[in-house]
Design a protein around this ligand. Structure first.
Ligand code: 5RP
Length: 231
């Protein structure tokens, strides 16, 4: 899919998901380019429709963008729970298992997700796949001893690559951790893999979000399609 069409589909899905936000809600705001469009639309609704809600951001970037648009942002610990979180994803399959972390924000995204009553993802149609894994799986690790974690992943056949920033330096997350991307190609046993990763000392979190999402708003030609998780 060419980038222009992909952006159009992302924008339509983001606008649809923005309509889920109602007055008085506490809303988790994800990260990434699709969520940036969502936050733009929510900012418009705040200004033009007098929408009032409280946001909890999953990244410093999202918090700054939202605040600049007049959206009230509080820390997660300031709220008891989140009514609805809207986030992007890198891939999702028909069992509602997904990969997140393309932007490196998976740790805050997962903390916000597990404290949310409802999670909705916004994606374009290219991200809905039969089997997840073609997109590299991000793993958030603490810097101390990270080369040894890399070696362990290498021995396990996970094809690990340390993520670099635009200047070629190790990419730092908002928590000052590192990201190791695993080039797994196909993830046939996501639950088993998630268990293995989280048991690796030095790993803080991984980008497998398994059956956590209630709905996926998929941007496609015509109008967005809503996939509803029956579980
Ligand atoms: C960031 C994420 C993003 O939500 C995911 O990478 C999708 O991003 P985009 O909307 O730019 O395609 O998980 O950690």
């Amino acid at each position: 899919m060419d980038a222009e069409l992909q952006n159009k589909l992302k924008k339509e899905a983001a606008r649809k998901a923005a309509s889920y936000v109602k007055n008085g809600m506490v809303v988790g705001l994800g990260s990434g380019s699709t969520v940036k469009m969502l936050v733009d639309e929510l900012g418009r609704r705040v200004k033009e429709e007098d929408l009032q809600f409280t946001g909890v951001a999953t990244s410093i970037f999202t918090a700054q963008q939202a605040k600049s648009l007049g959206i009230k942002i509080v820390d997660l610990d300031m709220v008891d729970s989140i009514d609805l979180t809207i986030d992007g994803a890198d891939q999702v399959d028909s069992n509602f298992n997904g990969i997140k972390g393309g932007g490196g924000n998976l740790l805050w995204e997962k903390i916000v997700a597990i404290n949310s009553k409802k999670i909705v993802w916004v994606v374009d149609k290219s991200k809905v796949v039969d089997t997840i894994g073609a997109f590299p799986l991000a793993v958030d690790v603490i810097p101390f001893g990270s080369q040894h974690v890399m070696q362990n992943f290498d021995k396990a056949g996970y094809e690990p690559v340390l993520r670099l920033d635009k200047e070629g330096k190790p990419f730092k997350t908002d928590s000052n951790n590192l990201i190791i991307d695993l080039h797994l190609h196909k993830i046939e046993e996501p639950t088993q893999l998630a268990d293995n990763l989280i048991q690796t000392v030095g790993v803080v979190e991984h980008g497998l979000f398994l059956n956590m999402v209630s709905e996926v708003v998929v941007g496609k030609e015509g109008q967005p399609e809503i996939l509803v998780n029956p579980n």
